[in-house]
Design a protein around this ligand. Structure first.
Ligand code: NDP
Ligand code: HSE
Length: 430
């Protein structure tokens, strides 16, 4: 029986899971594929480190050339992380006609399109389902299960660290620093957690989702990103009293051939399916023109969940090798990259203002909003922190980003407005 030989780059959290699944599910995988998969080399940094899986000592190497230049290796699994050096390594592997499976969202968000083109040129596959939402087969669902539909909008909780933090801050009233430390101790956070809390990790994943969903080559720089650093307990509590939960949400939408991709703290109605996704879990809500609403939920990280996606991709690669159709997975973008302008980006907004508590102040504020044709769905007014001040909390009806920015700029110049405390997008309701 034919055997497929694999070089595994990385034997950390995900790499260890890959070895375990290949060992524990060996018979099932062999039955499905009609051939065996064998790891023949494993690239690591530290040859002496104790490993959590049983592997042959002579598999290990710290020399990448032993994998990418080895003629006997058919597929490279890259689960070591890194961007530039890893990109060079994978380019060399593709030039040597090796298929690739990777979980590396950082790399794919920056160099993915070039790597996909190089793979196609060399009749190789490069699959990366594990790079978005770990164990949830969302990239596969977009490219296979929902392939016949036009995807109009994707909303996702694609970062487990921030979802864990927002859950604990909202449900248990815990402080930001405390919950960040917990997320780090539990192993969800990146080595540098600023990528999680500032939204960069989610932005990378949303870039990959949007590219695939909209068949357009969008770049990481096209994503408007803001993270969760500035969210306070007061924001959470006001949102709650108006019927909302705050989450870090990635949104990709397409209207009239133009795309918008954002990652930002967003208020969702408390009964919205994404508002009910707690702790480190991920979920991706997809709106297709024909299918309507679908939601994918599950673990966004972790050794075995992520490794499941990696090994499933590996099995897809093996099927393609056996069918002789490798290199066909990448389809060139169908549409030119076109982004919405601010006047075309519509959503509701939650706005908190600290104002002078004096006659006419409220009218001055509403005058500015009405000048820009902004109307409100909900308004609260409460006594402010200091004497003779008031806090106004409002939720607008749908307005354009241009209307929002122009109103905000005018408000900041208004004498009665002491401070713009915070403002967030509101989504998930008409
Ligand atoms: P780890 O840090 O746990 O493991 C990295 C592995 O790669 C280690 O075995 C390390 O060697 C090896 N390695 C790193 N750099 C080099 C190098 N330059 N040369 C040789 N070996 C190297 O990472 P994870 O397993 O957590 O993540 C791997 C990839 O998967 C990343 O791209 C990550 O973003 C992605 N991912 C991870 C998820 C998770 O839940 N952890 C979820 C989804 C995606 P050594 O063991 O000797 O130190
Ligand atoms: N730091 C990431 C998260 C890991 O919290 O979701 C999975 O990509």
């Amino acid at each position: 029986m034919e055997k497929i030989h694999v070089g595994l780059c990385g034997l950390g959290t995900v790499g260890t899971g890959v070895v375990k699944i290949l060992q524990d599910h060996k018979e099932h995988i062999k039955h499905k594929l009609g051939c065996e998969i064998e790891i023949t080399k494993v690239l690591v940094n530290n040859m002496e480190k104790k490993r959590d899986v049983v592997i042959k000592r002579d598999w290990l190497t710290s020399d990448p050339a032993e994998l990418v230049d080895d003629e006997a290796i058919d597929v490279i699994i890259e689960v070591m992380g890194g961007i530039e050096d890893t990109n060079k390594l994978l380019e060399r592997a593709l030039e040597n006609k090796k298929h690739i499976v990777t979980a590396n969202k950082d790399l794919m968000a920056v160099h993915g399109q070039k790597l996909l083109r190089l793979a196609k040129k060399n009749n190789c596959d490069i699959l990366y389902d594990a790079s978005v939402a770990g164990g949830i087969p969302i990239l596969r669902s977009l490219s296979d299960g929902l392939a016949s539909d036009h995807i109009q909008k994707i909303m996702g909780i694609v970062n487990g660290t921030t979802n864990y933090m927002m859950t604990k801050m909202a449900d248990e009233g815990l402080a930001y620093e405390e919950v960040l430390k917990e997320a780090q101790d539990l192993g969800f956070a990146e080595a540098d957690p600023t990528a999680d809390v500032d939204g960069l990790d989610a932005a990378r994943k949303m870039t990959l989702l949007a590219n695939l969903a909209f068949k357009m080559e969008l770049h990481l720089e096209d994503v408007d990103v803001s993270g969760i650093r500035n969210i306070t307990q007061e924001d959470i509590s006001f949102a709650d009293s108006l019927g909302y939960t705050i989450k870090l949400i990635g949104i990709a939408s397409m209207n009239h051939g133009k795309a918008e991709v954002t990652v930002e703290p967003t208020l969702l109605p408390k009964d919205h399916p994404l508002a009910l996704v707690k702790n480190e879990f991920n979920a991706v809500y997809v709106y297709g023109e024909a299918v309507g609403e679908t939601m994918f939920y599950g673990p966004g990280a972790g050794s075995l969940p992520t490794a499941t996606a990696v090994v499933s991709d590996l099995m897809e690669v093996v099927k393609n090798i056996r069918l002789g159709i490798s290199g066909s997975a990448h389809i060139d973008p169908q549409f030119d990259r076109q982004l919405k302008e601010d006047k075309e980006k519509y959503s509701r907004h939650f706005i908190r203002l600290d104002v002078d508590d004096q006659a006419g102040a409220f009218q001055e504020i509403t005058n500015i909003f009405s000048e820009h044709e902004v109307s409100f769905a909900k308004i609260l007014q409460l006594p402010g922190d200091q004497e003779k001040t008031a806090e106004i909390v409002m939720v607008t009806h749908k307005i354009s980003r241009e209307q929002l920015l122009m109103s905000m700029a005018k408000l900041e110049g208004l004498g009665v407005v002491k401070r713009l405390i915070s403002h967030y997008r509101v989504d998930g309701e008409e």
